[in-house]
Design a protein. Structure first.
Length: 201
């Protein structure tokens, strides 16, 4: 049976050999999972290392997203799915490569969406599927003009091997006090956040 070929486009620097959090880590984990399911997965992104293959995923280094279409033309490869993380501009870059126009183009949006008419037009024209991590984000996209039937909600997963209920009973007042020290709007207060985490132990 022919392997499904998936190309993941990411415009931020990645390092496949180190532990990364946030969207970078999610992108790498998703690629590894798809590879384990039998897909042929390639990530094209600015890399902290040279182009390589790691954990069953091929990584192709690019200087920046503007050079991506040139690299795609050089490879002359076809992918069944082109998956862009957060950027409809990257999908447009693949559309101008003739032999990729038949690929299914998927755009994932993990964080808030700002209103930009040009961005909405790019999404509506070049994305076949738009993945959102919450119903609220999906509704925000619809409110700004993204075509509703393109949108699918896929919630972020949780690794229950790492995150699970702690068996030690905690004092409710202690928890409220610790959480009050964490200012979401000011995440740079690392000392305060560290102390809050210490109070929760």
């Amino acid at each position: 049976m022919k392997k499904r070929r998936i190309l993941i486009l990411y415009q931020q620097p990645l390092n496949p050999v180190s532990i990364m959090a946030g969207t970078q880590g999610t992108t790498i984990k998703r690629a590894q999972y798809l590879s384990q399911q039998g897909c042929d997965v390639t990530i094209m992104s600015p890399l902290a290392c040279r182009s390589c293959e790691y954990d069953g995923v091929r990584y192709i280094n690019i200087d920046d997203w503007r050079s991506m279409s040139n690299r795609l033309k050089e490879f002359k490869e076809r992918w069944d799915v082109v998956y862009s993380v957060g950027s409809p501009k990257l999908l447009r870059q693949t559309y101008i490569v003739p032999y990729l126009r038949s690929s299914l183009r998927v755009l994932s949006i993990h964080i808030g969406f700002w209103h930009d008419p040009q961005r909405v037009r790019l999404i509506n024209r070049y994305a076949d599927i738009v993945i959102c991590v919450s119903k609220a984000l999906a509704q925000l996209l619809v409110n700004h003009g993204v075509i509703n039937n393109k949108i699918q909600v896929v919630y972020n997963g949780v690794d229950t091997r790492v995150f699970y209920p702690h068996p030690v009973p905690r004092n409710l007042k202690q928890i409220i006090f610790a959480l009050s020290l964490i200012h979401i709007s000011e995440p740079t207060r690392l000392g305060m956040i560290s102390y809050a985490v210490f109070c929760l132990k």
